[in-house]
Design a protein around this ligand. Structure first.
Ligand code: LLP
Length: 427
């Protein structure tokens, strides 16, 4: 299902015309669908119905409070990686006992905040982190449940920059040395090692690397149990890919069947940390054409969204499909256009030689499948205000993050003490 379909000649988010949102909130703007997030969540959970599974949404994909509340209401937990994410998850109503803390470089303050909140488990990624967490737990008179995140040396066959399970990647503890790490954890005060965690990368389009990694986890579980470490929970990470350009991706059912085959007989509680799968298809970046620039060589469609609003194409060469909001006539001629933003870099290109009808300036287009790793990765480059976010639910919509104002931008900064403190003019 897609929540973004043409009705009465124009693209809607559920029952709301995107043109109405553009008129109300302006462009560029991220628009998310509650129905699409709900459906993705339910599909994922239903596929795993035969197992003792808890979804801990990897909120780095989209951490808007209203999005988090949507998942909290569905029963999701959260995978957090910073103080900021922990605070947001709690503020959105995600119970601490459904929160796992990931990350290769947690600070002492972050560990302390997680302990104080009473989260479910810390996923520890190094020996120094083990001793630091033990110290802090002892100082707080607490015992914390931990997973050790292992590095299984499996190539996820995804983009190099989002592959995390190879030996040369910074993540986890080499699986060959996991036994030693668990032995150390068992002797450290304040730590209760109950779990193994693994996450080999994001946007996996093949099930085989998961199967290999989870197979290693199963083997390690048996070994550790034989050594007297009571493993009762496995955190199998995220990574399930979505189709950006019609590519074949594993279904949740295929993924769940592989989970059952690899770790199903271990009698463990299972944690899953999907991010992209839950929100990727549920969002679009709605943008308006500023100019059409035809150079003879190429036709540039210059839109008001830019690489600072959506970094994925510039950063990973990601391919997001782009559609016009006014429904094209069935036989409309398609031309090729480069869809670019206003930022002063050639990398500010959303698509090259993309098929599009001959649209005039002023028309709206959407960049699809940007509900994950879109708004969260945006920046204020070129002093462009952070984009607003709108949440749609049926025929209703709400502005869940207003557009940043120029005053807010200027107010974040100060002149140095030796400079005149006054601004010479206000915008
Ligand atoms: N768990 C851990 C420990 C992770 O590091 C990640 C993602 C996830 C779960 C969620 O993975 P997902 O289900 O979303 O694939 N910015 C990149 C993606 C970076 C993913 C980082 N870690 C992009 O735009 O493609």
């Amino acid at each position: 299902m897609t929540a973004f379909t043409y009705k009465n000649g124009e693209l809607h988010a559920e029952d709301v015309a995107l043109s109405a949102i553009a008129a109300d909130v302006g462009t560029p703007v991220y628009v998310y669908s509650v129905a699409a997030m709900t459906e993705a969540y339910q599909r994922f959970v239903e596929a795993l119905a035969g197992q003792r599974a808890q979804v801990c949404y990897a909120m780095k994909a989209n951490s808007n409070l209203a999005v988090l509340r949507t998942f909290a209401d569905l029963g999701a937990g959260a995978d957090v990686v910073s103080d900021g994410e922990l605070a947001r998850a709690l503020a959105a109503g995600i119970p601490a006992k459904r929160i796992v803390y990931s990350g290769v470089g947690k600070t002492r303050e972050e560990m302390a905040a997680g302990i104080e909140a009473g989260i479910l488990q810390f996923n520890v990624e190094s020996r120094p982190e083990l001793t630091a967490l033990s110290d802090i737990a002892v100082s707080k008179n607490a015992t914390v449940e931990i997973a050790i995140r292992i590095n299984p040396d499996v190539d996820a066959a995804t983009h190099n920059k989002i592959s995390t399970g190879r030996k040369e990647d910074k993540f986890g503890i080499d699986i060959a040395r996991a036994g030693e790490a668990f032995a150390q954890a068992s002797t450290l005060p304040g730590l209760n090692p109950v779990s193994i965690a693994v996450h080999i990368g994001s946007q996996l389009t093949d099930i085989a690397p998961f199967r290999s990694a989870f197979g290693h986890v199963a083997e390690l579980t048996r070994q550790l149990r034989a050594d007297g470490v009571a493993i009762s929970r496995l955190d199998l990470g995220g990574g399930l890919g979505i189709a950006y350009a019609g590519e074949r991706v594993p279904t949740p059912a295929e993924y769940a069947a592989m989970v059952a085959e690899t770790v199903g007989d271990l009698d463990c509680d299972l944690i899953f940390e999907p991010g992209r799968y839950l929100t990727g298809h549920a969002g679009v970046l709605l943008t308006r054409i500023i100019f059409i620039k035809d150079t003879g060589e190429r036709r540039f469609v210059i839109v008001d969204a830019a690489m600072n609003d959506l970094m994925r194409p510039a950063l990973y060469g990601a391919n997001h499909s782009i559609e016009q909001v006014r429904e094209p006539a069935p036989n409309a001629a398609l031309g090729e256009a480069d869809i670019v933003g206003p930022v002063c870099e050639t990398g500010d290109t959303f698509a090259t030689a993309h098929a599009l009808t001959d649209l005039p300036a002023g028309e709206l287009v959407v960049i699809r499948d940007t509900g994950a790793y879109g708004a969260v990765m945006s920046s204020g480059y070129n002093s462009r205000p952070l984009v607003p976010e709108v949440l749609v639910n049926g025929g209703d919509y709400a502005l869940v993050r207003p557009r940043e104002t120029l005053e807010q931008q200027l107010d974040r900064e100060r002149f140095a003490g030796w400079q005149s403190p006054e601004r010479t003019s206000q915008s």
